[in-house]
Design a protein around this ligand. Structure first.
Ligand code: AQP
Length: 335
């Protein structure tokens, strides 16, 4: 994959649950590669987005902190990147409100993700409808040039680009127009219990391998993962379940999918599962150990996040003041 360099990048993960190997292979790992390629990465824990879906307020602070620890444990270095919690930077909600005033409601109700999620909720909150405007604010506040997104987020990114153009036309050039960096599709990881659906934080624990899973849980979950009909690997006739297991294997071992499928050709599914479990236990151990180290000292973790929020706020507030000026809002005397 050709990586950009020297670009301002915004990436975000929602603390909607425990991050899993799908989040890691499909997103986090690539964010770290972007950081290491010399980009200026802002890595945000999107708590304000997460609360647009039903959630447990009592456990939410801890879930948020665990997500922060995991992002650092996978390699986002708070000395190189700006790692912060979205709600710690109030500019996001203010910029979102300002952008809401130029957002046509019809554009929001047409969003595929809104329609999908609204169907699953008893009462649809306005926060869910306004989700793309908040996401546009997240991106535009940092003058972001590149946003790494999965296929499912490209519509929201297009919306942010349209809003940036509209604002720039109406009030004068204020925002950089962001570009999507579509994450490698090969890294889309599916549920272990239903390989036709993507692995998801909000799904049952048996459907996913969490990055903080106990090493003893990993072989158990992999053994219980559904397989396709048949008993041995046939590279010419792979069903969705085996394709998923071999994709996880190939991505973690950084080998081409085809090579892994050939390597296990003719061998029983149990052999593949056992090798995959060993590989996962091995590869996840350093991530889990580092996250546990960080989580052991909440005070230090909060200090790192406070520093990230301060650096993020400096960048975001600069754009926010320009937005307010350009929109004709009277600034307080001290600004
Ligand atoms: N199964 C997956 N395979 C590959 N990539 C995935 N991502 C999520 N699931 C998979 C990518 O992880 C990044 C961070 O995700 P997020 O927290 O912003 O959103 P999400 O897509 O909503 O994640 P989940 O795990 O599916 O959580 P819930 O259950 O809350 O919806 C994104 O870049 C995403 O593409």
């Amino acid at each position: 994959m050709d990586l950009p360099s020297n670009k301002r990048i915004l990436s975000a993960a929602q603390p909607t649950g425990e991050a899993h190997i799908g989040n890691y292979l499909g997103a986090f790992k690539q964010w770290v590669a972007l950081q290491d390629a010399g980009n200026d990465v802002c890595a945000m824990i999107a708590d304000l987005h997460a609360i647009t879906a039903p959630y447990d307020a009592a456990t939410f602070p801890n879930t948020t902190l665990r997500m922060a620890a995991l992002l650092m444990a996978v390699g986002l270095d708070p000395k190189k990147s700006v790692v912060f919690i979205q709600s710690h930077v109030p500019a996001h909600t203010e910029a979102a409100w300002l952008l809401t005033t130029i957002t046509p409601v019809g554009d929001l109700t047409r969003m595929t993700q809104y329609k999908d999620k609204a169907k699953k909720q008893k009462t649809v909150g306005a926060g869910l409808l306004n989700y793309p405007t908040l996401m546009a604010a997240d991106i535009l506040l940092y003058q972001t040039e590149i946003v790494p997104v999965g296929e499912d987020q490209t519509q929201h990114l297009e919306f942010a680009r349209t809003l940036a153009r509209k604002f720039n036309r109406q009030f004068g050039k204020t925002f950089t127009e962001p570009r999507a960096f579509v994450l490698e599709e090969t890294a889309r990881i599916m549920s272990l219990t239903d390989p036709t659906r993507k692995m998801s934080k909000s799904d049952l624990p048996a459907s996913r391998i969490g990055l903080l899973d106990d090493p003893s849980a990993i072989p158990r979950k992999i053994r219980a993962a559904v397989t396709d009909s048949g008993t041995a690997v046939n590279p010419k006739k792979l069903g969705p379940a085996l394709t998923n297991l071999l994709t996880i294997f190939a991505t973690f071992s950084e080998k081409p999918f085809r090579d892994v499928a050939e390597e296990y050709a003719g061998l029983g599914y149990a052999v593949v599962k056992s090798a995959l479990a060993d590989l996962l236990v091995d590869r996840l151990a350093p991530i889990r150990n580092r996250a546990e180290e960080l989580l052991w000292d909440h005070g230090e973790l909060q200090r790192i996040l406070a520093d990230g929020a301060e650096r993020a706020a400096t960048l975001a507030n600069k754009t926010l003041v320009t937005m307010r000026k350009r929109m004709g809002l009277l600034l307080p005397q001290n600004e």
